[in-house]
Each structure stands twice: as structure tokens, then as C-alpha cells.
Design a protein around this ligand. Structure first.
Ligand SMILES: NC(=O)c1ccc[n+]([C@@H]2O[C@H](COP(=O)([O-])OP(=O)(O)OC[C@H]3O[C@@H](n4cnc5c(N)ncnc54)[C@H](OP(=O)(O)O)[C@@H]3O)[C@@H](O)[C@H]2O)c1
Length: 264
């Protein structure tokens, strides 16, 4: 039984890896920074005595999912949990953004989620067991001016996951979209505190919330009561244009400030 976690070199992905290792799963850690992955792997092996494999891969590369699937097969890894967590955002207006960076964002946040899911799902279906967690965001629920591609990419994750949930009914395979609000990770080291909307919560608390939600039949879950109100209730009460304007106000780029590239 192994949990495969993308974006496991820091933040939310690292917290998932710690939890699954603590619960006795072998884990496979995926991200670009091999040194960081190796450090996480050493810590998990020492603390939990589980098998930890590291696959250094850039998920903006079209061929990454095939290479990861081949590495998993070569290692004889049976995947019972897939956490599609790797993702990043670009905090800038579209007109000011680097086109290649926006394409990479779509590939990592959307393309890699689909690519990893399609590589791992057949084995889960054959065993009639498995769990897939796709990390969305409170940004999944409304357009996000100044982080337009990020918001659209997270809306994709939510829509993809909810549709997949319906397709997987009765198969024994469980899928959920986990939608965090602001969470204390490296996201804000690069984004700056200005990108933080609302109180930031802990990544461990988010993972607890996800595991509790997986015990229900939900297709998606928002972390935090206030976040759920803003993400799920407010859009039903006010017009979408107003909701978009509010989101734009929350993520607004101060005048004269150079656009920041952010990871998270
Ligand atoms: N923190 C928040 O407030 C927040 C809120 C809502 C949703 N989220 C979502 O949570 C997820 C995790 O983010 P985080 O907050 O934990 O931020 P983080 O600490 O910056 O972690 C991002 C992870 O994604 C990996 N990654 C980024 N680009 C990659 C690429 N091209 N190929 C492979 N791996 C890549 C990074 O590893 P390498 O750099 O080593 O590749 C890192 O492990 C993201 O999908 C993010 O959108 C975060």
C-alpha cells in the first residue's frame, strides 16, 4: 500500500506525506527539488520505518506522468492513495504575465492532475479500491482577478473531480477535491503577505480535515467554516460580477508594485 504525493517537497504535500507515513503507508514523494525530497524521505524513514521512494520530476513537462508511471511499475509499487497536490500561482495581471509561465501553470495545476489520475486510476479500478485527493482551493469557486489563470486552474480541478466522483460511484475508488483557504506554507514566502486572504491555517490541520472528509461521501470539501461560507454560500447570494470584484479586491496588486511570481 503506497501513497503517491505530488508537490511533497514542502507545505501541504509534505504534511500529507508525514500523515500517510505515520499511518503506516509506504510513500512516494514527487516534486522538482530532489534535495528537499531526499531530506523529507530520510526523516520519514527514520521516524516511521516505512518505505519512501523519491521521484524528481517537473510536472510542467508533458512526459512526466508517463515517466512517473514507469518508475512506479519498475519499483512494483501498488498505489492505494494518489494526492495530486503540486501547484503554483502567478500573482500578476494577465497582460503583465509571461505567456510561458501561464502555460506551465495550466500544465502543472490541471494537465498533471489529469495525467497522473489517468495513469493511476486503472490499477485502482482493477483492485476496486483506492483514494484520489485533488487539491483545489477556495479560488475554485469564483474568478480571481490578478491571479486569473490560478483561479481558472483551480475551478478546473473542482469540476474535473466532481465529474470523476460521479463516474466512480460504486467502483470502490474514492475521489475528493480538497479546497484549502490560506494555509501556512512556502506560498506566502514568495507571494508576500498581501496575497493572504483571511486567517492562514496549518497544513496538518488541513490534512486532518481531508481525512475526516474522506470518511464521508463528499465530492469536495472546503477547509474552514468561514472559507466555506465565502466559497459556497456567498456566490449563491450575490451576482457573479460582484463576487469577482470582491475576489479582485482581496488579491489586488498595489499600484507600482512589480508583479510577483508565486508558488503555492
Ligand atoms: N498555501 C495556500 O494558501 C494554498 C491555498 C489553496 C490551495 N493551495 C494549493 O495547495 C497545493 C500545495 O501548495 P502549498 O501551499 O503547499 O505550496 P508550496 O509549499 O509552495 O508547495 C508547492 C509544491 O508543488 C511543487 N511543485 C511546484 N511546481 C512543480 C512542478 N513544475 N513540478 C513538480 N512539482 C512542482 C513544489 O515542489 P518543487 O518546487 O520542489 O517542485 C512544492 O512541493 C497547490 O496546489 C496550491 O495551489 C495552497
Amino acid at each position: 500500500m503506497a501513497a503517491v504525493i505530488t508537490g511533497a517537497s514542502s507545505g501541504i504535500g509534505k504534511a500529507f506525506a508525514e500523515r500517510y507515513a505515520h499511518d503506516g503507508h509506504d510513500v512516494v514523494l514527487i516534486a522538482r527539488r530532489r534535495d528537499r525530497l531526499d531530506a523529507v524521505a530520510d526523516e520519514l524513514r527514520e521516524r516511521h520505518g516505512v518505505r519512501v521512494d523519491v521521484i524528481a520530476a517537473d510536472l510542467s513537462d508533458d512526459s512526466a506522468a508517463d515517466r512517473i508511471a514507469a518508475a512506479l511499475e519498475a519499483a512494483g509499487t501498488r498505489v492505494d492513495v494518489l494526492v495530486n497536490n503540486a501547484g503554483f500561482g502567478v500573482h500578476a495581471d494577465v497582460a503583465e504575465s509571461d505567456a510561458a509561465a501561464l502555460s506551465r501553470q495550466v500544465q502543472v495545476n490541471c494537465g498533471a492532475v489529469v495525467a497522473m489520475t489517468t495513469r493511476i486510476l486503472p490499477g485502482m479500478l482493477a483492485r476496486r479500491a483506492g483514494t484520489i485527493v485533488n487539491v483545489g482551493s477556495t479560488a475554485s469557486f469564483q474568478p480571481v482577478p490578478h491571479m486569473a489563470v490560478y483561479g481558472a486552474s483551480k475551478a478546473f480541478v473542482l469540476s474535473f473531480t466532481e465529474a470523476l466522483w460521479e463516474e466512480l460511484r460504486g467502483t470502490g475508488v474514492r475521489v475528493i477535491a480538497l479546497c484549502p483557504g490560506a494555509t501556512e506554507t512556502e506560498f506566502f514566502e514568495t507571494a508576500g503577505e498581501a496575497a493572504k486572504t483571511g486567517r492562514a491555517r496549518g497544513a496538518d490541520d488541513l490534512v486532518d480535515h481531508c481525512l475526516r472528509s474522506l470518511a464521508t461521501s463528499k465530492s469536495s470539501t472546503v477547509h474552514g467554516f468561514e472559507n466555506a461560507l465565502v466559497a459556497r454560500v456567498l456566490p449563491r447570494l450575490i451576482p457573479r460580477k460582484l463576487m469577482t470584484a470582491i475576489a479582485g479586491r482581496a488579491t489586488g496588486l498595489p499600484a507600482q508594485r512589480p508583479a510577483d511570481a508565486v508558488a503555492g
